[in-house]
Design a protein around this ligand. Sequence first.
Ligand code: ZN
Length: 268
Amino acid sequence: MRNNYALCLLSLMLIVSYKASANEISGISGDVIALKANAASTENLIFKYDQSDYLILGLPYVYKTSIKTIGDVNIKVQFKNFGESRITIKDVSKVDLNKKDRERANAEALLIRAAIQSYDTSISPSFYFKNPVEGIISSRYGKKRFINEKPRSPHLALDIAANLGVEVSAPLKGRVILTGDFFYTGNTILIDHGFGLISSYSHLDSSIVKEGQMIQQGEVMGAVGETGRVTGPHLHWTIYLNKEKINPENLLKDNFLQNLFKASQDIL
Ligand SMILES: [Zn+2]
């Protein structure tokens, strides 16, 4: 089946043509959607499946239903209430940062932001994600977060709790584009899977990969830890697609791609 999804890598500029249609393209906060493209050339992902081209886009998290423009496509992104999570961080210096820590955290945020601009067309993502760690989901994507009772940014990642030292492996092949020991996320690895699909692994106890290294699906990258700002050992797993943080749990569902194509919307 996998060979049916040959990636079309022919073109780079976004030229998607539209059919005047009353149908609005829509999707849910943090989802991935497939749009039937008219042999489009694009900076986003184009998959060929069953004689058609599909543009695959990640939708942003939204605080309320709103129209977002991704590439040249206007999409109605629907708000979803993912619930909330309240955590207590005893070390208040990790919540109310002093000047030095704030400067450090800001500099690291810029480093991460620069890394996710990466757009490597030499790697073709299959989208057949494997679970990166054996554990228990401890916090899902999209939850409104309160730290020490104060509202904070929503949790746009999947937390998988596991014992210290449990192996973390690459869910999909890619290239390591950033590693570091960061204020919030502790020991962190970012992997570029190609065409704007990037994932990150945080709070690791140890990391055994180097920047620039290619890593295969299932290859061990490090071990679960509790570095950075945490309440206990877990993996904080973030996935970016076209620079939006999407819901990692969706990608682990059986037949993810087939169902995505089945539900595709028409922009011809
Ligand atoms: Zn998390």
